[in-house]
Design a protein around this ligand. Sequence first.
Ligand SMILES: [Fe+2]
Length: 382
Amino acid sequence: MDLAKYKGCLGHLAAKPDNATREDQAGLTDEDRCYMGVLNPYQLDLVKLLGSKALARSEDKTQVFISRENPYTRPRSRHTRDVKQVALAIASVTNLHCDLTMAGALGHDIGHLPFGHHGEIAFTNISGKKICHATVGVIVARRIERRGVGLNLTNDTLQIILNHSLGAGDFVSFDGLPEETAVVMWADKIAYVFGDVNDFARCLTESEPDLVCEICRRANEFGQNQRARVAMCVEALVEESEAKGRISFLQSECARKFDDFRKWLYEEAYFPAQGARSVVIDGLQRGYDLLATCEEFRDCDHLLLLALLTDKEARRLMDWLSIAVGFPSSRSQTSGLSRSIDTSRVSKSISPILGARPIAFADHFRAPLWGALFNFKSRDKI
Ligand SMILES: [Fe+2]
C-alpha cells in the first residue's frame, strides 16, 4: 500500500498548540518556564516527560512478564517506546500533531503499578475499588513528580494519559478529546499485541510450546515479524481513517482480525500463562499491611505509596516479610509484623523512591491525594 496518498488526510483535526492550556499557565511554579515561548507547548511536554522520574522508573515495571531474564523481554519502558514509534507513524501520515502524539505516548503508562495488571488486581482487592493506571498516571504527572509540584503538562497531554485506555470500540467516547487520543489508544493496542507476541515466544517456548505455537500461527496472519505486522495494521488504520474522516480501526478486514486476535490473547494467553500471578497479588497485599504498620509512614497514604513502587522495590518489601516470618501463607499472618520487623529499616529501604527523604513522606503522600484519585474519572475537567 502507498501510504503517501493518504498524507495529510486528517490535518484539519490536529490539535492547535496556540490553544493549549496548563494548570499553571504563567509557569510561576514551573522549572521549565524558560522554554515557554521557545518550544511549542507539546514539545515542552515532551521535554518534561523525557526528564521525569516516572518514565525512568518504568524501566523496572512489568509489561507482561514479571521475570525478565532475557534482556529483550519488555519492561514497561520499552513498550512505551514501541507505542511512541507506532503513534508517530500514524500522526505523521495523517498530519495530526506529532509533538502532542509523542507526548501522550510517552506519558500514557507513567501510572502503571508494580507488576503491571497483576498489580492492578492486587490494588483493587486491597481498596475494594477499581484502580486504573490511566488515572494514577494523571495523579503522578500533576501531584507526585517534582516532589509534589507536578510537571505542569498541557491539559491535552493529560487528557490523552487519562483516556488512552478507553474501550476500543466506542469512538463516540472520544468526542471532545484531542484526535491524537485515538492515535495513542490504537498505537498502544497495536504495539502491545505484537510486542507481547514476541515476549510470549521468548518466555514460554519451553514451558508452553503449544500455546506459543498457536500465538505465532495467529500472529503470522498479519506478517512474518513484528515490523510487518505493525505496518499492516497501521496501513489499514490510515486507510479506514481517511474514509471515515477521523481515526478509525474497526471495520476493515484487518481491523476485525486484529480485534479477534487481541481478545483471543486475553482469553487464552495473558492471564492463564502467568503462574506467578497469585504469589504477586498476595505479596502486594501483605506488603500493604506491612507499610501500614510502619510508624514512619503513619501519616502517609499507604496505597499510594505502594502504587508508586517499582517491581524491585515491591519485591524488597516482600523480602522483608519472608525474612521476618518466612513468607506468610495467609494475609492474617502478616498482622503483628511490626513486633518482629524493625520498621524503620523497612522505611529506609524504600524511602529513596522519587528522591524523597523519609521526613518528606508525610507531606508527599497524604491521604487526600488517593481520595482525589478515586473521584477522578475519565472526562473530568483536568
Ligand atoms: Fe500501554
